[in-house]
Design a protein around this ligand. Structure first.
Ligand SMILES: Cc1cc2nc3c(=O)[nH]c(=O)nc-3n(C[C@H](O)[C@H](O)[C@H](O)COP(=O)(O)O)c2cc1C
Length: 192
C-alpha cells in the first residue's frame, strides 16, 4: 500500500493568506541572534490578542545569554538537541484566575493559545519561525520561575529562530523536517 504524501493535504483554499499556510514548526534552526527590536515586535504582537474579560493571562519568559543553558535544561531530552540551536528560547505561563474576583478562568489557556499564535505570525513576518514544546519538565519550569503551579503555571516551552538547513538534524528528525498535513476543512467545520 502506498502511504499518502503529506503534501497532498496541504491544500489551502485560494485567498487564504500565505502568512498562515507558510507558518510551520521547524527543528533546524541557525543560532543567528535575533536583534532586540525584532524580538520586541514579536513579543509585542502577543499583547494584542483577545482574552476573556481582557484578562491577558499570558506571561512570556525568555532567556538571556546568561540563562540560555538553564532554559535548555528545563526541556525534555527529545527537544533539547534541536531547540538549543535557536536564537531565543522561552516559556509561556498562564494565570489561571481572574484578577477581579479570584475565580478560575476557564478560558485562560485558550487566550494563551491566541497570544502564542499572534507571536508566531509576527515572527513569520520577520522571517523567523517558532516551535512550541509541550515536552518540558513542567514542575522544574514552575520552580524555576517561582510559580505555584496552581494560580500560575508553565504551559509550554518555545523557541524562536531563523531556519537552517535540515542537514544539521539527526536522521530521524531530518526525515520529519517538513510542513505537516492538515485535515480537510469539512472535518473541522460543521454547519448546523
Ligand atoms: C502546544 C504544542 C506543543 C508542542 N510540543 C512539541 C514538542 O514537545 N516537541 C516538538 O518537537 N514539537 C512540538 N509541537 C509542534 C507540533 O508537533 C506541530 O505544531 C504540529 O505537528 C503541527 O505542525 P506545524 O506547526 O509545523 O504546522 C507542539 C505544538 C504545540 C502547539
Amino acid at each position: 500500500m502506498t502511504l499518502p504524501n503529506p503534501y497532498d493535504y496541504r491544500d489551502p483554499f485560494a485567498g487564504v493568506s500565505p502568512l498562515f499556510v507558510e507558518r510551520w514548526s521547524p527543528r533546524a534552526f541557525d543560532s543567528t541572534p535575533i536583534d532586540p527590536d525584532t524580538l520586541q515586535r514579536v513579543m509585542d504582537a502577543a499583547r494584542w490578542s483577545p482574552s476573556c474579560f481582557n484578562e491577558q493571562p499570558w506571561r512570556f519568559h525568555t532567556a538571556t545569554d546568561a540563562t540560555f543553558d538553564q532554559f535548555v535544561e528545563l526541556l525534555q531530552e527529545g527537544n533539547r538537541g534541536w531547540a538549543q540551536h535557536a536564537g531565543v528560547i522561552g516559556f509561556l505561563s498562564v494565570l489561571t484566575r481572574f484578577r477581579h474576583n479570584g475565580k478560575a478562568n476557564a478560558s485562560a489557556e485558550l487566550d494563551c493559545g491566541a497570544a502564542w499564535m499572534a507571536m508566531s505570525l509576527q515572527a513569520r513576518m520577520e522571517g523567523l519561525y517558532t516551535h512550541a514544546m509541550a515536552g518540558i519538565d513542567h514542575a522544574a519550569a514552575d520552580r524555576y520561575f517561582g510559580l505555584d503551579g496552581e494560580q500560575q503555571r508553565v504551559l509550554i516551552g518555545f523557541v524562536i529562530g531563523y531556519p537552517a538547513d535540515r542537514g544539521q538534524l539527526p536522521d530521524n528528525l531530518r526525515q520529519r523536517e517538513q510542513p505537516s498535513a492538515r485535515k480537510p476543512l469539512a472535518e473541522i467545520w460543521q454547519r448546523y
